[in-house]
Design a protein around this ligand. Sequence first.
Ligand SMILES: NC(=O)c1ccc[n+]([C@@H]2O[C@H](COP(=O)([O-])OP(=O)(O)OC[C@H]3O[C@@H](n4cnc5c(N)ncnc54)[C@H](OP(=O)(O)O)[C@@H]3O)[C@@H](O)[C@H]2O)c1
Length: 237
Amino acid sequence: MISENSQSLRIVITGGSSGIGEAVSLEMAKDKHSFYLTGRNEQRLKEVCEKLTSMGCKAYYGVGDVSDEQAVNSMLEDIKSNLGGVDVVFANAGVGHFGNLEDLTIEQYDESFNVNVRGVFLWLNKTLPMLKSQNKGHLIVTSSNLGLKTGARCSLYAATKHAVQAMVWSLRDELKGTGVKAATINPGSVDTSWFDGKDVDRSKMLAVEDIAKAVRFIIDQDETSDIDHILLLPGKE
Ligand SMILES: NC(=O)c1ccc[n+]([C@@H]2O[C@H](COP(=O)([O-])OP(=O)(O)OC[C@H]3O[C@@H](n4cnc5c(N)ncnc54)[C@H](OP(=O)(O)O)[C@@H]3O)[C@@H](O)[C@H]2O)c1
């Protein structure tokens, strides 16, 4: 149900085909916003868009690699023609390669930095002018608790998340005096397909819905606040 004060927002979600991105779209769809989801898996994107449409929202998707500038440019054109602009960018697509540093490969390095850092840079870089021209809007990046600390077997992943953490913190300084806000969410382990087939106890992880509520809190904050980051750790020991 839409409250009288709620305004319909145009929300772009990279990595909207599954996991945290999908959960955020479903949480925000309760307020009948409009959505543009990106990812490479067209079937999954279609399925999530159908769920959003069944909840009474407008929902579109774009297929492509988040780190491919041409693909991002063409999705931005699609966003402009379907939604007329953007109010919230949730730069969420990401991959995780974990292991001791000497066991990681250059291919894993390239994919990690391309998706987790270049992909975030491209989407922020190309949507900022639209948000700044409106003098309002949100840029929200999925970082990690490993954007704020380090740990064994996390060198590559933590390096990418520290990179986007630094990117957002610098951007926040550039946005001072504007109505545009930038923030990160920093979850610990979240029960998503990342852990499929792995011998780990998923019952003690964060649920995707926990992250979706945190993102809603950032999007719904009043003008009087400017959330910097939200660190979420699993509640069960
Ligand atoms: N799960 C955790 O424990 C955890 C903890 C902290 C932070 N995070 C962060 O949360 C974010 C979402 O991950 P998740 O856990 O929800 O996993 P997920 O379900 O695997 O979602 C990852 C999303 O990223 C997209 N993606 C991956 N590579 C891409 C590429 N090259 N081009 C375009 N899209 C790409 C995937 O879409 P397609 O498959 O359709 O391409 C998918 O929608 C990531 O940034 C991750 O680092 C996860």
